[in-house]
Design a protein around this ligand. Structure first.
Ligand code: MOS
Length: 783
């Protein structure tokens, strides 16, 4: 039988989505449904003095809920339980909900919100990492620190002694909004048995269930959570639906009606999590030959008002902060600080895009100081088989940094272009001054520029393009798949296969489809493991009443972890069916569908549940961050080719060449889609996307003002798949959900440096910032 893994079968959810038939939560027509709205804090930090319901309003027409109406715990159940569902004593960020109201119409719910008066005693807020760290005001615990970690490898002081040069740098990133197409939405529907079904646009049904059980004081026999089709999530629907799901559940119980809540874009942007802003400082010792002898990295994240998932985001951040390098002497320190901003949380990449931007920008600066090219420096220092990363984790298999670097640089003719574009600067490295209107810098005339091949609409022809400088830059990076260390073993991840009456087989998993293709890829893996055609396999709707707890759909874990568990299920499942066929010889030659139907008729439903097993070699010391941080790493190299307009300082990314190792390409088309989509997201992070706040209030809470890349900004992509299988993944597959967001920004920043000699250390690299930096000598590179 031909294998299904490795072929690009169309997405099972694709047809309904592209033809507009899919019903998202906002489309779902729930009979007699009420709508909810929230009373939100207008201030970033304060004590709640009183909540008054206007006696002139008819409150009998609506249902209301404040903290004191919560039957169970008033907390979202994440790692820490520091975030209330509804604020009771303090508000800690603008937009925090103090009360929620449901009414038969949205308009009435919004009107009722206007009749709730909350009095606050305003307190002094803290907004930045610097203010929080300096304890300008203690707003969280006794030191404002949500969490901190340290990694030590070798002897950092000895490493600096060995070095001929020490290179320092500081790198910053800002608030980054998920901008999923579908805003957050969820509904609660009372069940006939007095229980409640919560359905919505959510990544992790079992996370929502955990919070609902605590908040409602109910057990899983009384409440179930169902994932509705989802219009994107990117990590943004990992934690927040637990809070929003609690709003509608509480109101549905009070109103005894179904209650739905779907955010408008600005409400969504106001209250849902963002990517952590970061400051990362590097101090690197290097020998004249380019050998890196010491890496000291200090990571600081802005955690916002509550922890959400900051502890694990910071862990992933620090674990990727020394990048792909085998350096023998490493010291990394990381801390996440609380502020009175909207909480920051999970966002595709989960801390790694920030720290990888820093290290991959910094490595270019190290190369420049040493006087070698960025590719050679990386070739010399990246891990190969049996080398170790910063936690001392020895690379035992499937390590492809070198192969990805080689593939991407060869395909893009990196070195040749890099030297050519570097030389266009001339020795004085001077830019044409936009203020003086000069045509050229003084460093000698640049070589003729390559033909201009911009897409129409973005530029003109070749004439008068002296102000366009080209540049090429690269980033080499990895992403750890699955939960950190022993996380996957502690979580007791389960998945199942079920034989259905109609002769098909369903994958039963709590893992969700959010556009990444999981609900197609898992059936592909199941089909091969069962030895049956793909058309017999599907994925059941994730409903906590029906599917086992497979852990959250996060951390680039689904393909490898759930895929492997499904393979285990399939082995037993197949044996059971084979036994059945042996007992009824007339089925010996029958096609699978008939065997399956006959089985169902004779013996009823067949369901096999299995638990994921971590490879036995994984050893993780969570106390000291030593050992096997992840059971597998995916690897990639991005090469960005840019044009910088030295009059307008706009950056146009012409081309991205990406070579990456997913272990095994389960579905090559979906895989390339992931890499291209994620890289475009990284381009947005690198060049244009930034939430701007004033006094804790967003100034750009719409997609008109929060600018994300569109098809106009999309470069041409050249994607190369390198397959280095991992022995404990399904047919060798590793995860790549987050990998694509990790490398684009530093590759682009490095290409800008190659083009105009200006080192940008602060994302996003807007035209304004690039202009300012090109004027100040500080921003100018010295390499
Ligand atoms: Mo993810 S960013 O691990 O939901």
């Amino acid at each position: 039988m031909e294998r299904c893994v490795g072929t690009s079968v169309p997405r099972l959810d694709g047809f309904a989505k592209v033809t507009g038939r899919t019903k998202y939560i906002d489309d779902m027509d729930i009979p007699a449904c009420w709508f909810a709205a929230a009373v939100r804090s207008p201030i970033p930090y304060g004590k709640i003095k009183s909540i008054t319901f206007d006696p002139k309003f008819d409150w009998t027409k609506v249902a209301t809920c404040t903290a004191k109406d919560i039957p169970g715990k008033n907390a979202a159940i994440f790692m820490l339980e520091d975030q209330p569902i509804l604020a009771s004593e303090f508000v800690r960020h603008v937009g925090e909900a103090v009360a929620v109201i449901a009414a038969p119409t949205k308009e009435l719910a919004i009107e009722a919100v206007g009749h709730v008066k909350v009095e606050y005693e305003e307190l002094t807020p803290v907004f930045t990492i610097e203010e929080s760290k300096a304890l300008k005001n203690v707003i969280y615990g006794n030191d404002n620190i949500i969490s901190k970690y340290k990694i030590e490898k070798g002897d950092i002081e000895a490493g600096f002694k060995e070095a001929d040069l020490v290179v320092e740098g500081e790198y910053r990133t800002g608030f980054h909004e998920h901008a999923y197409i579908e805003p957050q939405g969820v509904a609660a529907i009372p069940r006939e048995d007095g229980g409640l079904t919560v359905v919505g646009s959510l990544q992790c049904p079992y996370y929502v269930l955990k919070t609902l059980k605590a908040v409602l004081n109910m057990d899983e026999t009384k409440v179930n959570v169902v994932q509705a089709p989802m219009g994107g999530a990117f990590g943004g629907k990992e934690d927040y639906p637990s809070i929003m799901g609690s709003y509608v559940a509480l109101l549905a119980l009070k109103a005894k009606k179904p209650v739905k809540m779907v955010y408008s874009r600005d409400e969504d942007i106001l209250v849902t999590t963002k990517r952590h802003p970061s400051i990362v400082r590097h101090r690197t010792g290097v020998k004249r030959d380019g050998t890196v002898t010491a890496m000291q990295v200090d990571v600081e994240f802005n955690g916002g008002a509550y922890s959400t998932l900051s502890q694990v985001v910071l862990a992933r951040g620090i674990l990727h902060s020394a990048g792909v390098y085998k350096c023998e002497n490493i010291l990394c320190r990381a801390a996440c600080y609380a502020t009175n901003n909207v909480p920051t949380g999970a966002f595709r990449g989960f801390g790694a895009p920030q720290t990888l931007f820093a290290v991959e920008s910094h490595m270019d600066m190290v190369a420049a100081k040493v006087g070698i090219d960025p590719m050679t420096l990386r070739l010399k220092n990246c891990v190969k088989l049996r080398d170790s990363l910063c936690t001392g984790q020895v690379m035992r298999e499937s390590v492809s940094a070198e192969e990805c670097l080689t593939a991407a640089t060869k395909s893009s003719h990196f070195l040749k272009k890099w030297y050519q574009y570097k030389d266009q600067l001339g020795s004085a490295r001077q830019l044409p001054s936009p203020l003086m209107g000069e045509g050229q810098g003084e460093g000698g005339s640049p070589p003729p520029l390559p033909p201009n091949n911009r897409r129409t609409g973005k530029g003109g022809g070749d004439q008068g393009k002296e102000h366009i400088r080209r540049g090429i830059g690269l980033a080499l990076y990895m992403h750890g798949g699955a939960f950190t260390g022993s996380g996957e073993a502690i979580m007791k991840t389960e998945a199942a296969l079920r034989l259905n009456k109609n002769g098909t087989v369903s994958v039963l998993t709590g893992c969700t489809e959010m556009g990444q293709g999981a609900h197609t890829v898992l059936p592909q893996i199941a089909a091969d493991a069962l030895g049956i055609p793909f058309e017999f396999v599907n994925t059941a709707v994730p409903d906590t009443a029906m599917v086992p707890d497979s852990g959250p759909t996060v951390a680039s874990r689904t393909t490898m972890v759930i895929g492997r568990t499904i393979e285990k299920c399939a082995a037993k499942f197949k044996t059971e069916l084979e036994k059945f066929v042996k007992s009824s010889p007339k089925l010996a030659k029958a096609p699978f569908g008939e065997v399956a139907k006959a089985y169902f008729e004779a013996k009823g439903e067949l369901k096999v549940i299995e638990r994921y097993e971590l490879p036995s070699w994984v050893r993780w010391d969570a106390e000291n961050f030593r050992g096997d941080a992840y059971p597998a790493y995916s690897w990639a190299c991005d090469v960005a080719e840019v044009e910088v307009d030295t009059e307008t300082f706009e950056v146009n990314v012409e081309k991205m060449t990406i070579a990456f190792d997913p272990g095994k390409a389960v579905n090559p088309v979906l895989l390339e889609g992931q890499m291209e989509g994620g890289t475009l997201q990284a381009l947005g992070f690198g060049l244009m996307e930034e939430m701007v706040y004033k006094g804790g209030r967003p100034l750009n809470s719409r997609l008109q003002t929060y600018i994300i890349p569109t098809v106009q900004d999309t470069p041409s992509f050249q994607v190369h798949i390198v397959e280095n299988p991992v022995s404990h993944g399904p047919q060798g597959a590793k995860g790549i959900g987050e990998l694509p967001v990790d490398g684009g920004a530093p590759a682009i920043a490095n290409a800008i440096y190659n083009a105009i000699g200006v080192r940008m250390t602060d994302l996003p690299i807007t035209a304004e910032k690039l202009y300012e930096n090109s004027l100040s000598p500080k921003g100018r590179g010295s390499g």
